[in-house]
Design a protein around this ligand. Structure first.
Ligand code: TRP
Length: 328
């Protein structure tokens, strides 16, 4: 069939979304074919009633979240709606609109579920996919939105308890947030926040010894490397980086992963280097970003007591009251 016919078919399917009778089939067809219609996102966003219909799909399963009664069928149906939202979240023309309309917040109740059953696991994974699409391309406004709406604790819990794939996407989201200066500052603003992340990262490393996953390890290492660029975090990591990352435990697993090897080497170098390390971003930091980071590091150095280098315990600061004042 011709491109014009195909485009007509797509527009027809989009229009069917506002008809409750036709919606389920339209959701399925559109989510299956979404890759072959590059303008699907703006069409979804600008066509009458469509986004409201997707939101209605989402809200309609809230009553099944607690107590957990979501059926596989209902989960599939809402995941098809989420797949369309993922298109909107990926598209450069619509992602800011999605964020400004606060629509990602409607997915947080899904991320907040804990049931291990397939319909819930699939729902969490698909919801993470939407957030993952939002953070894929660096965008400080998206990062600020996600920080303000407290996505981090939701990601941390999935990193602790989710399936390997959910853990990977949740860790990817945290990685992308950390790579933004606002994200690193947020996580390192209090000891509680830093240790919440560091505890989850290290427990994931422990679990990787039993159930290896290179793609998950990759994001974990990248998170640690980024943390090691923050002075206070670097000092804490000297005490609480898992041994498995310091010795050759994962050498065989990452032997064909040049990037991970480089990140791990750089991480260990940052921890061993008493001086502040160079930033490791893919682009050179701008003068203002560099001076802001330097300024923050200097302020911290002035305000904080130095932690004795031989301080005991895996968590160097654990004996110090976990107050922000001690951390900052
Ligand atoms: N309101 C909490 C805070 O700002 C949110 C939070 C809970 C959190 N657990 C976290 C933030 C772990 C970062 C890391 O601290």
């Amino acid at each position: 069939i011709s491109m014009a016919d195909e485009s007509k078919e797509f527009h027809g399917l989009v229009l069917q979304l506002i008809n409750p009778e036709q919606r389920e089939t339209a959701l399925l067809e559109l989510s299956k074919k979404r890759e072959s219609f590059p303008d699907l996102a703006p069409v979804l966003w600008h066509s009458y009633g469509t986004i409201a219909a997707l939101l209605q799909e989402i809200i309609s399963i809230y009553p099944m979240l607690s107590p957990p009664t979501l059926s596989p069928h209902a989960s599939n149906r809402v995941c098809n709606a989420l797949a369309l939202l993922q298109c909107v979240a990926s598209h450069p023309e619509t992602k800011a609109k999605l964020m400004n309309a606060q629509i990602p917040l409607y997915l947080y109740p899904f991320l907040n579920t804990v049931s291990r059953h397939r319909p819930f696991e699939y729902l969490r994974l698909t919801s993470l996919g939407v957030i993952g699409a939002l953070v894929k391309v660096d965008d400080t406004e998206i990062v600020n939105f996600l920080l303000q709406t407290e996505i981090i604790p939701l990601c941390l819990r999935i990193m602790e308890t989710g399936s390997e794939l959910s853990k990977t996407v949740a860790t990817f989201i945290v990685q992308k947030i950390l790579l933004d200066d606002a994200g690193l500052t947020y996580i390192c603003a209090t000891a509680e926040r830093f240790y919440a992340l560091s505890f989850v990262l290290s427990s994931m490393v422990t679990k990787l010894l039993e159930a290896p996953s290179v793609r998950l390890l990759k994001h974990i290492v990248r998170c640690y490397l980024r943390l090691s660029e923050h002075q206070r975090a670097r000092e804490a990591l000297r005490q609480c980086l898992p041994d498995a990352l310091k010795d050759q435990t994962f050498a065989a697993a990452i032997q064909s992963e040049d990037a991970v090897q480089r990140w791990l080497t750089l991480l260990l170098k940052n921890l061993n280097d008493p001086a502040a390390p160079a930033a490791t971003g893919t682009v050179a930091p701008t003068a203002s970003a560099a001076s802001a980071a330097g300024g923050a590091a200097r302020t911290a150095a002035v305000n904080l007591p130095t932690i004795p280098s031989g301080s005991s315990g895996a968590f160097g600061y654990a004996s110090v009251p976990l107050a922000s004042a001690n951390w900052n």
